[in-house]
Design a protein around this ligand. Structure first.
Ligand code: 25A
Ligand code: L14
Length: 340
């Protein structure tokens, strides 16, 4: 029996995440019948490679989605707001990587390792949202703990790579580093302050409550995905001079008592997660090891001795892969296998 094949479109194909989506469709052997690559007008005329063939980039328009089964969007919030409903109206299912649709009650927000069942809700709007990169990797590790012991509260601090901001920020870190080492004037375009040899406790814009939008995404998305609005989440999100992979120091308080032995075995058998935790040989997750991989890494697993049911973890994942492109393709794989 031949496998069912699908017409796929990637919107934002020329960006950092879009490129990784194309590579992921290839490497995970997704059943692609035809691939359409869409971007803004300024990229029309470029070609990108897929399975050894050159594919011309077309302009993102409503008409582009005719005959498309699944569209992977990563062109930013503006284009998603405008074109995802038009693509859905044309009959395709949109997996959207921007923050535009995540908190819409009629749009499922999915981390396959945590709530794959929610994908079924795509029928309401024809849109499925991919969560924020920092939320995704945190929940790959915390979901099994929540299912067994019930999480009461999460305190998280992030160390986020510049690639989350896109290609211009990758160039900015390179250019600033080079300038600093040559005692030259430091160019600054993307971030409000120098990012080379520095840390910025601001990701996305500030809100009325003093938190950044990125911090509140972690709060609201975690509750939606775990389907539990009683979980307390508080976050501090920080940009660090790293190119790829976000790191997170995560403190968890559970409702029920646990043994460290059981936590370790839960994490060891969690899908999509790899335990890297051997203090004796100084082994722990690092961005340089997570980059270019689909797995989420967890280490520095220890009891929080300051409270009754406390736990500390260090969680690292490639923000462009599992934090964006890989998670979107996993959702598309489940759509293709179970729903379309
Ligand atoms: O803040 P926003 O609006 O929500 O979005 C912020 C950005 O975050 C990235 C993505 O940037 C997005 O634009 N992004 C989205 N989700 C992400 C996630 N989960 C994420 N990053 C990390 N994690 P990007 O640079 O990776 O990709 C942008 C892609 O979107 C296309 N695009 C932009 N506006 C569009 C559009 N497509 C259709 N209609 C629109 N209105 C964009 O295509 C790219 O594919 P492009 O053709 O505009 O860019 C091609 C090349 O041009 C360079 N470039 C970028 N900005 C400019 C530019 N060149 C000139 N002037 C510019 N202002 C880029 O280097 C790109 O390679
Ligand atoms: O909400 O590290 O998907 O700048 C993607 C980029 C969140 C921030 C999102 C980053 C954004 C992230």
């Amino acid at each position: 029996m031949s496998r069912k094949m699908f017409n796929i479109a990637v919107a934002g194909a020329t960006g950092a995440v879009g490129n990784e989506m194309i590579r992921g469709l290839e490497s995970r052997n997704f059943p692609v019948k035809n691939l359409k690559l869409l971007a803004s007008k300024r990229s029309v005329g470029r070609t990108l490679k897929f399975q050894g063939e050159d594919i011309a980039v077309e302009e993102l328009t409503a008409e582009a989605f005719k005959g498309v089964d699944i569209a992977l969007f990563s062109a930013g919030g503006g284009p998603s707001l405008e074109f995802a409903p038009k693509a859905a109206a044309a009959g395709c299912v949109v997996v959207d990587n921007s923050s535009a649709w995540r908190m819409d009650p009629e749009v499922p927000l999915v981390v396959p390792e945590a709530n794959a069942h929610a994908i079924a809700g795509y029928v309401k709007k024809g849109i499925i949202a991919n969560p924020n990169c920092s939320t995704i990797q945190m929940l790959v590790a915390l979901t099994p703990i929540h299912r067994k012991y019930g999480i009461r509260r999460i305190v998280v601090s992030t160390y986020q790579a510049v690639s989350g901001t896109g290609k211009k920020a990758i160039d900015e870190l390179l250019d600033q580093t080079r300038a600093m080492l040559h005692f030259m004037d430091v160019p600054r375009k993307v971030y409000p302050h120098r990012i080379a040899f520095n840390c910025l406790p601001q990701i996305d814009v500030f809100l009325e409550n003093g938190y950044t939008k990125e911090e509140m995404k972690m709060v609201n998305e975690t509750r939606k995905i775990l389907e539990d609005s009683s979980i307390g989440v508080t976050a501090t999100t920080v940009r660090v001079p790293v190119f790829y992979s976000h790191s997170e120091a995560v403190n968890v308080e559970t409702r029920e008592a646990f043994s460290m032995e059981d936590i370790r075995s839960l994490l060891a058998s969690a899908p999509g997660l790899r335990v890297v935790d051997d203090p004796a040989s100084q082994r722990y997750p690092m961005p340089m090891d997570a980059a270019g991989q689909d797995d989420t890494l967890v280490g520095r697993i220890r009891k929080d001795e300051s409270i009754e049911n406390g736990l500390n973890l260090w969680i690292v994942a490639d923000n462009i892969r599992k934090g964006a492109a890989t998670n979107a393709i996993q959702i598309a794989e489940l759509l293709a296998e179970k729903y379309l």
